[in-house]
Design a binder for this molecule. Sequence first.
Ligand code: NDP
Length: 399
Amino acid sequence: MSKKVLIIGAGGVGSVVTHKCAQVPEVFSEIILASRTKAKCDTIAAQLKRPIQTAQIDADNVPQLTAFLKEHKPDLVINVALPYQDLHIMDACLAAGIDYLDTANYEPPELAKFEYKWQWAYQDRFEKAGLMALLGSGFDPGVTNVFCAYAQKKLFDEIHTIDILDANAGDHGYAFATNFNPEINLREVSACGRYWEQGEWIATEPVSWSRVFDFPEIGPKKAYLLYHEELESLAKNIRGLKRIRFWMTFSDNYLMHMKALQNVGMLGIEPVEHKGQKIIPIEFLKTLLPDPASLGPRTKGKTNIGCLIEGVKDGKPRKIYIYNVCDHEEAYREVQSQAISYTTGVPAMVGAMMMLTGKWRGKGVFNMEQLDPEPFLEALAKHGLPWHVKEMPIETPCQ
Ligand code: NDP
């Protein structure tokens, strides 16, 4: 089997995806890494033990990207640029007849709002073209969706509640930095929270609800309720679900900086006039903050991301935590990136492998939980992200 893959985006995640694809030449026999800044692709290529092709591409230029796809004819495009490029890359894939994969759902640049509706609207066009688009093949979304699908298939007869937990106990030593693209990260965290219960979406004030969870290998950590994109597809695809929420840990220091930046308008996405020039505050802030790809050599500690799931098995209540722990320093030793990029890049490679080997096939647009979780989870553990299922005590009301 000889397959060619085009990876678009040479940031923290793009670097890990490229390293991981290069480790599996029996699937990814040819790799092209293309991004807005070619020098970044060349730096990544120089770290690898086998040659890859690199190219400059502006993924927002659909005719140029379509021509590039028609010339190079990859079997799959892995989109690890930014969510703003999703629809443009999907358009080019349709025009050139090529399968598509990404790790984050579309977000219009001028609106801090992410929803699947824009990408789900491509269902008919991908189906009619006989092509497959796999959405959200990172960790969360991504592995968290697959954990839920596995729980539904193997661990429960009925699932009642899901709490997705994302803890990062890593320390990069900076006063303030984000672990992935600062603009996307800060837009997500500073937005209103939202969760789904009994068919309704319930909104909460930004970072206003918190709970302490005891994370295996990390210990107790305060996590805040956020809206996260996998809630939308899981609420639709997990049968009989009554409630689903998403929680992420933040240090008091991170939240203090974010609030101060928000209070002075630095998270603004509208242009402001500055000395006769228009600037978008959050874009300027990105220029000032450390590049997430540079955090690798400085970050110590672990991440723990998983799903706390409650329901019924064989007539009895059951509660489990299904999770992965990833060590920032080990990730850096292997692929020269910290664990946030690693936990996103490995599932992107594994999702691509599922598509290219025919283990996951279909026509249309798919979320991860719609496909068979077992081959994915087997490959995930083999390629650097082992996972575990922990039985949790059932809390009974006071007698
Ligand atoms: P970075 O900002 O580090 O990298 C983004 C890359 O995309 C950069 O190399 C950038 O180029 C390139 N790019 C931006 N615009 C274009 C364009 N128009 N054409 C071509 N290339 C472009 O981001 P990350 O690597 O941290 O994140 C990548 C993606 O992964 C994001 O969509 C993010 O939301 C997602 N993600 C998903 C997670 C998950 O678990 N599902 C977790 C973390 C991230 P340049 O270098 O010139 O700026």
